[in-house]
Design a protein around this ligand. Structure first.
Ligand SMILES: [Zn+2]
Length: 271
């Protein structure tokens, strides 16, 4: 006999009790149900297993819910690992049934996963280091004027999504599956150290950048200020490091971005 596992597009379950008519419960908790699988062994055996995140703690192991159905999909037996689950009618059992009966299982997997919420420690890092006020944003700016050569610059940039490479990676990302997005997130966290040709390009750029700014400044008769890391005031998880700030009438007028591609090293430049 083949053991068939179904993960999407479930047929409805006929519960042996009246489902509470509580839309709020279903809606609120639908994001807490995950990894629902229907196991069929032959024609008669059908068991549905699903996991429900504990509302009291997203970090503790989720509760496992098991439902056994007969041929006509009547619920014969239900169990849950929670303290109330042995009575076969706890809210976790109810939400797994509601999940199955509202499927189309594919749509649910596209929703943000409530169970992947940041841990307490991650939340602390976010509130202490990322979610900073305007005063701190100014401090960060002033302390990171040397950009690449500054450890603090690297630190504050690492814990944020920066313009340039990270934003580019997000924009060109085509794999919208959970797997693909997880891989993208990991690549943003674990940014590789640049080596080889990439490093030569960066070094060439940083060597020529200073000169380019000077020439720009003379050519357009504009004052250019050094720029530290700019953290977004409303969305402090975003940051950028413009190459300079253009001053006009004693006010910051615009940001300056310099590109010194190594491929143009031997080309004639005009100034
Ligand atoms: Zn339960």
């Amino acid at each position: 006999m083949n053991n068939l596992v179904i993960k999407y597009g479930f047929q409805s379950i006929i519960p042996n009790f009246i489902l509470p008519n509580n839309k709020g419960l279903n809606l609120n908790q639908s994001g807490h149900v995950f990894n629902v699988e229907e196991h069929r062994l032959g024609n008669s055996f059908c068991k549905i297993i699903g996991f429900v995140v504990r509302q009291t703690s997203v970090t503790l192991e989720p509760y496992k819910v098991e439902l056994e159905l007969d041929d006509a999909r009547n619920l014969k037996y239900a169990s849950c690992q929670c303290p109330a689950g042995s009575g076969s009618r706890c809210k976790h059992i109810v939400v797994v049934i509601a999940y199955v009966n509202s499927e189309d299982g594919t749509s649910k997997t596209d929703e943000p996963q409530q169970w992947g919420k940041p841990s307490k420690m991650e939340q602390t890092i976010y509130h202490q280091e990322v979610n900073v006020n305007e005063e701190i944003i100014k401090q960060i700016f002033n302390q990171t004027l040397n950009q690449y050569n500054d450890k603090l610059w690297s630190h504050h940039r690492k814990i944020r999504i920066s313009a340039s490479l990270k934003a580019h990676k997000i924009k060109v990302s085509r794999n919208t599956s959970i797997d693909g997005q997880t891989r993208l997130a990991m690549s943003l966290i674990n940014e590789n150290t640049i080596t080889g040709q990439g490093l030569s390009n960066v070094l060439y750029g940083s060597q020529t950048e200073k000169k380019a700014i000077e020439i720009f400044s003379t050519m357009f008769n504009l004052k250019v200020l050094k720029c530290g890391l700019v953290v977004h005031k409303d969305q402090p998880w975003l940051c950028a490091s413009p190459d300079g700030l253009i001053i006009k009438n004693n006010k910051i007028n615009s940001a300056l971005e310099i590109k010194c591609p190594i491929s143009c090293k031997k080309k004639k430049t005009y100034y």
